[in-house]
Design a protein around this ligand. Sequence first.
Ligand code: NAI
Ligand code: MG
Length: 499
Amino acid sequence: MNMVSSIQQNTDPFALAKELSGFHLIDGEMVKAASGKTFDVVNPATGDVIGQAADGDEADVDRAVQSAAAAQKAWKKMPARERGKLVAECGRRLTEHAEELARLIALETGKALRTESRVEANVLADAFVFYGGLASELKGESVPFNPNMLTVTQREPIGVVGAIIPWNVPLMLMALKIAPALVAGNTVVVKSAEEAPLTVLRVCQIMNEVLPKGCFNILAGFGPECGGPLVAHPKVGKVTFTGSVETGKIVSKAAAEKLIPVTLELGGKSPMIVFADADLDKAVAGAVAGVRFTRQGQSCTASSRIYVHESIHDEFVQKLKAKADAMKMGDPLDEETDIGTIVSPDQMERVKGYIQKGIDAGGTANLCSQLPDDPALKKGLYVQPVIFTDISPDAPPSREEIFGPVTCVFKFTDYEQVIEAANDSEFGLAATVWTKDLHTAMDATQRLEAGFVQVNQNLVVQPNLSYGGIKKSGIGREASLEAMLEHFTHKKTIIFNMG
Ligand code: NAI
Ligand code: MG
């Protein structure tokens, strides 16, 4: 490892996008796709092409997996704390590069710099530092099996981990996969999302100055052509995926063919329940954070179903709308901007389609904020946030994951009814409850069918708390020590007979 990074921070995201264009990172080297093909990376705020990504296929996947498999032989033999120190050092260097990462992720995804991109870039290091410090917790047990025998278990790495990531929070979601995988002694091959291949490549480049070559490889490419061969590769022993339910099923079936474990972090339709006694202003602020207005709602944990007691419903809606109206939509790189763009034309169509379906089903679409009037942004993928009221619980926006700036607010009167309504979903990722009453809070947290339930707050994923869903929201947990142990190691039992 070079003690001092030779990679200079480059806070001009346009220049950096060009510099990173056309590459995978395999075996410590920035390399082009074997086919020589690339695809365009587009700035969603203007429609301009800002660079290219290598268009990966089976040949690139094989090269990356072979490199990871070769590197794993030495990596797993390194003392765990040494691996941990290297991973923590990656975190330190990523902090030094936080501003360039923030600007580049804003450019390629359209997430506003001040409210979203800088926040993501600044918490990225936390995951590496957290897992780096957990290296010596890769412990086994000693088992009282027989007095003449020493019986122990130990945690061993799985081997090569294939990680497939989405575009909404790519830095953070990638970190929560690769940090525990690496610390546990695995090596990784990441396939980035086609909408956001550049910033994660930069992260990989920075980390490859610290890690031995081949430990962390990254490929750009499309799902079936590049993600498919990664899951199917015979030397990939574990797959960790974040994305849609549909793709999650494909990945899970392919992994089943090889009988390898998968972790799936899929969608959500997370309820927020505001009881009559809740602190209204806090609940409104929680809804602003929960709906992820500043991320255009592009979050798997978004509070996309809000149940408000009828006695405060109208006031809640009026206050929520006022807050959303006060947010400025604009150029993601402008410090003034609160809300940037949707990530891609496909997502834009999907979101607009859901808004139309809600209107067709008789819902009232309360449009919030204002589209930017800057002519330079006229091709930008801007959608005004929508708060649906008086919408049927069976309308598509009420039931399906939209992944856009759309939430549905429902009136409720009865406690039993609202718990039932909140649980009446095929998803079970997150939920929040807003009340000052301890009994209500306790009972609701016990009965809500979700993997992550919060009372009177709406925090995002934390590195040290288990995170994941039940029902169609996924399989397995991410973040926390348990995720590293349960999802990136297997347990070996060893008996020494000294009788
Ligand atoms: P997606 O699930 O298709 O894509 C996620 C990742 O999977 C990308 O890297 C993609 O290239 C890869 N992929 C796609 N097909 C694959 C295949 N056959 N084999 C292996 N990898 C494959 O999600 P997409 O199309 O970006 O978004 C569609 C919807 O999915 C969104 O509107 C949203 O509802 C949901 N979504 C949920 C996310 C979450 O955080 N849970 C993240 C992104 C999307
Ligand atoms: Mg897709």
